[in-house]
Design a protein around this ligand. Structure first.
Ligand SMILES: N[C@@H](CCC(=O)N[C@@H](CS)C(=O)NCC(=O)O)C(=O)O
Length: 231
C-alpha cells in the first residue's frame, strides 16, 4: 500500500498545500490504492510535504512522486501527448508552481495571519501556538523576500496574478482538461493551485480574479468529480 504523507484537510480544501493536492491527484489518477497519513512535516526528509512512502522507499516532492509513479509503477500520465503539448505543459507547470504559488502564499500569510495560525497550527497546544506560528511566519516572510514577490506593491502582485490566471484560463478555453478531454499530469498541478484558491475559505485578493473565470470554476468541479469522485 502506498502512503501519502500530507497535511490534513482545512479551510474547505483537501489540503492547504497545492503540492500536496497535486500529489494526491496524481495518485488518484494512477488508480493505485493509497492512503493519506497526517504526519509531522518537520519529520519529512526535506522538511516539506508531500512525501510518498512505498514500503522502504521514501519519495519527497510532488515532481519526484510523479516520476516514481511513471518509472516504478508504469503509470502513463502524459503518454498520449504530442512533444509540443508536453513543452507547453512544462512551461505552465513552472509558472503555476514557481510563480503563482508564491503570490497566493504571500497573500495568505500577510492578509489572514489569524486564520492561518488557527487552521495550519490547530494541532499545536494553545499556549505554544502563537510562538510556533511566529517562527514559521518569519521563515515564510524571509522566503518571499528572497524569492522577490513580497518586494512588489500589493497592486503589482495582484497584477502578476491577473496575468497568470488569464494565461491559464485562455489556454484552457472550453477544453474539458488543460490539454484535451482527459486529465494529464499538468492538471494535477493546475487543480492543486486552483482548488486551493477558488474553493479555499481564505478571501485573498487573487480569489475573485480566478473565480471570475467560469471555465476555471467549472474545471475545478469537473476535475474533482472525475478524479476524486466528487470528494
Ligand atoms: N517542490 C515541492 C514543494 C513542496 C512545498 O513547498 N510544500 C510546502 C507546503 S506548500 C511545505 O511542506 N512547507 C512546510 C515547511 O516549509 O515547513 C513539491 O513539489 O512537493
Amino acid at each position: 500500500m502506498l502512503h501519502l504523507h500530507t497535511f490534513k484537510p482545512c479551510l474547505g480544501v483537501l489540503s492547504p498545500s497545492p503540492f500536496a493536492v497535486k500529489a494526491d491527484a496524481l495518485l488518484a489518477m494512477s488508480g493505485l490504492p493509497y492512503e493519506r497519513k497526517y504526519e509531522k512535516v518537520q519529520k519529512a526528509p526535506r522538511g516539506k510535504f508531500p512525501v510518498l512512502v512505498d514500503g522502504n522507499r521514501v519519495i519527497p516532492d510532488s515532481a519526484h512522486i510523479q516520476s516514481y509513479l511513471e518509472t516504478e509503477k508504469g503509470i502513463e500520465f502524459d503518454a498520449w501527448l504530442m512533444p509540443e503539448q508536453i513543452a507547453e505543459a512544462e512551461a505552465f507547470r513552472r509558472m503555476i508552481e514557481n510563480h503563482f504559488y508564491f503570490i497566493n502564499g504571500h497573500f495568505r500569510w500577510t492578509e489572514h495571519p489569524d486564520a492561518i495560525r488557527e487552521s495550519y497550527f490547530g494541532d499545536v497546544p494553545a499556549v505554544m501556538r502563537n510562538l510556533v506560528f511566529k517562527i514559521v511566519l518569519r521563515t515564510v516572510n524571509k522566503t518571499n523576500h528572497l524569492q522577490g514577490i513580497s518586494r512588489h506593491t500589493r497592486d503589482e502582485i495582484i497584477n502578476f496574478a491577473r496575468q497568470d490566471i488569464n494565461a491559464i484560463a485562455t489556454y484552457l478555453g472550453d477544453k474539458q482538461f488543460f490539454l484535451g478531454d482527459r486529465p494529464t499530469s499538468i492538471d494535477a498541478s493546475l487543480y492543486g493551485a486552483m482548488e486551493n484558491l477558488i474553493n479555499c475559505e481564505l478571501e485573498i485578493p487573487t480569489k475573485p480574479i480566478a473565480a471570475g473565470y467560469q471555465n476555471l470554476v467549472d474545471y475545478c468541479d469537473r476535475f474533482r468529480d472525475t478524479v476524486f469522485g466528487g470528494k
